[in-house]
Ligand binder design. Structure first.
Ligand code: PGA
Ligand code: ZN
Length: 423
């Protein structure tokens, strides 16, 4: 069969932080080859798949991935050889059972995901369909609505502010290209606002401005930028936050260094609720720590469906943690990061289960990305939903946005989005 896997090879390439990561290349018996590289987080969750690093201090400060690469070229290549690349469920199940651990710690989540994506891409080529169609089928046609990083803090910006992301969400845009253009206008206005206030325009890992601010100041600044750009805050451009609170956990609650205070989970919850009344916030990610389950349901209930409460570090794209969150109403949206779980099939299964429970699904990049663009296809396949990639700068971010702009240009509907609130 021409879509049979003949072999896999792999090698190190660099991510957007200049750190090595895995790129895998699959060759089919027909001669078709395809490759894929995988991203890497900084504010990683404790429960995510293990990224296998060499730990050899003499190379890349221990961050080399030669062991993961050896696993792709050795065990993984041997196990996949002869399988039909188009049988994605079988390929991904083979990868997971070959690893044999719940968190991919034996072969490495980086080795497994690179093999999973490269194989899916080869399969799409063999079937002569785009990757999104191979992953999602013909019915996956709606593009994801982007939520775009405007201001960055936390581990992505040397803790300039405590909250990791202040995002602009183009809620009124009806197509993907329109959504991008709306946010580009807001980001230009934000640069003007920062300049007018004598603030730095330095950028953080995901391309957001790394301004040194109080946490609430970031909200005021973003609203000012939305207005300066000529949009109605809330009706046209709304605000999303990624608190990434696992990294703020401290004795007695949550440490807000930018505001020089430590608050209990209850006080923090009340503060977030107050902010949603004062600002057009429609999305809050990781408001509490990854193992601090108790306050999540209360906040989710208090904000009802007005605000999507997203579990990232809380859920780590793991089905069992998602089930726990669904049964306790701990959140109402899941962030899907394929490298938190290991394979594309696992990531799609988490997205499908969330949608079945009427949760929203946000497919996300990592803070360390490569110029690969498969995430754009995954976001279409997992949709209709949303996409979180970072700011509108830096080629590792633009690769994903530009792929979706290109796909939009081929669509009769211009890259239509689902109405905000429905996905
Ligand atoms: P990470 O950040 O890739 O550093 O984990 C992304 C996020 O927290 O959403
Ligand atoms: Zn996050």
């Amino acid at each position: 069969m021409s879509s049979c896997i003949a072999s896999l090879r792999a090698y190190e390439v660099l991510d957007s932080r200049g750190r090595p990561t895995v790129e895998a290349e699959v060759t089919l018996s027909s001669g078709i080859t395809a490759r894929a590289s995988v991203p890497s987080g900084a504010s990683t969750g404790r429960h995510e798949a293990v990224e296998l690093r060499d730990g050899d201090a003499a190379r890349y400060s221990g961050r080399g991935v030669l062991r993961a690469i050896a696993n792709v070229e050795g065990e993984i290549s041997a196990a996949l050889r002869g399988l039909d690349a188009t049988e994605r469920a079988l390929i991904d199940a083979t990868l997971r059972s070959l690893d044999g651990t719940p968190n991919c710690s034996r072969l490495g989540g980086n080795a497994i995901l690179a093999a999973s994506v490269a194989t899916a891409r080869a399969a799409a080529l063999a079937q002569d369909v785009p990757l999104w169609q191979h992953l999602g089928g013909d019915q996956s046609s709606v593009l994801p609505r982007p939520m775009i990083n405007a201001l960055s803090g936390g581990l992505h910006a040397e803790h300039s502010v405590d909250l990791q992301d202040y995002l602009a969400i183009p809620v009124a845009a009806t197509t993907f290209p329109e959504a991008i253009e709306h946010v580009a206008r807001v980001l230009a206005a934000l640069a003007d606002e920062l300049r007018a206030r004598g603030r730095t325009l330095l950028r953080a890992d995901e391309g957001g401005f790394a301004a040194d601010l109080g946490n609430r100041d970031g909200l005021e600044l973003l609203v000012a930028a939305i207005e300066r750009a000529g949009f109605a805050p809330g009706d046209e451009i709304a605000i999303g936050l990624d608190v990434a609170a696992s990294h703020l956990v401290a004795e007695g609650g949550y440490r807000l260094a930018a505001d020089n205070e430590t608050v209990t989970a209850d006080v923090w919850s009340e503060r977030l609720i107050a902010w949603t009344q004062d600002f057009p916030i429609v999305s809050i990610e990781d408001p509490f720590g990854e193992d601090d389950w108790a306050p999540w349901p209360r906040l989710t209930a208090a904000l009802e469906s007005r605000v999507q409460i997203i579990g990232d570090d809380l859920l780590c794209t793991q089905l069992d943690r998602l089930e726990q969150a669904i049964s306790t109403d701990a959140a109402n949206a899941v962030l899907v990061k394929a490298n938190q779980v290991g394979t594309l099939s696992d990531a799609l299964a988490v997205g499908a289960r969330a949608r079945e429970a009427n949760w929203r699904v946000i497919v996300s990049a990592r803070s360390g990305e490569t110029e690969d663009d498969w995430l754009a296809d995954l976001a279409i396949a997992a949709g209709p939903g949303q996409l979180k990639v970072g700011s509108l700068t830096q080629s590792e971010r633009l690769a994903k946005y530009n792929r979706l702009l290109r796909i939009s240009a081929t669509r009769a509907d211009g890259g239509a989005l689902a109405r905000w609130g429905s996905a």
